[in-house]
Write a protein that binds this ligand. Structure first.
Ligand SMILES: [Zn+2]
Ligand SMILES: [Zn+2]
Length: 113
């Protein structure tokens, strides 16, 4: 299945429309929404990276797709998930199942006898 409840992003994974306020105007180098200050990218919480000697190479944050609850690179929760702008997968999944089951009943209700 496709989790199609995400937010549209451009080729650089930047939001086309701000997920919080709906603003669509971003400057080419924008990192945040100019209207509400919301981040322009669905970034993960980040995780420290280590070199081959175990030295901390700093904190690495990754940009993810607009429907990513968790980072595809380090597995940490994303900003959209932490801000509750994306439902946990099980809630979305259950909603989808309910819609599928609900459909025949709705159709039957409309049939006159
Ligand atoms: Zn905004
Ligand atoms: Zn990450």
């Amino acid at each position: 299945m496709i989790y199609n409840d995400g937010y549209e992003t451009d080729g650089n994974l930047r939001f086309v429309k701000c997920p919080r306020c709906g603003n669509e105007e971003y400057s080419p180098d924008a990192e945040y929404c100019r209207i509400c200050g919301f981040p322009a990218y669905n970034e993960c919480e980040g995780s420290p990276e280590y070199d081959e000697f175990g030295n901390n190479q700093g904190f690495h944050i990754h940009r993810n797709a607009g429907n990513a609850r968790f980072c595809e690179y380090c597995g940490k929760p994303t900003m959209l998930f932490n801000e509750k702008l994306l439902k946990p997968y099980n809630e979305f999944y259950e909603d989808q199942q309910e819609e599928e089951f609900a459909l025949p009943f709705e159709t039957n209700d409309g049939i006159p006898f």
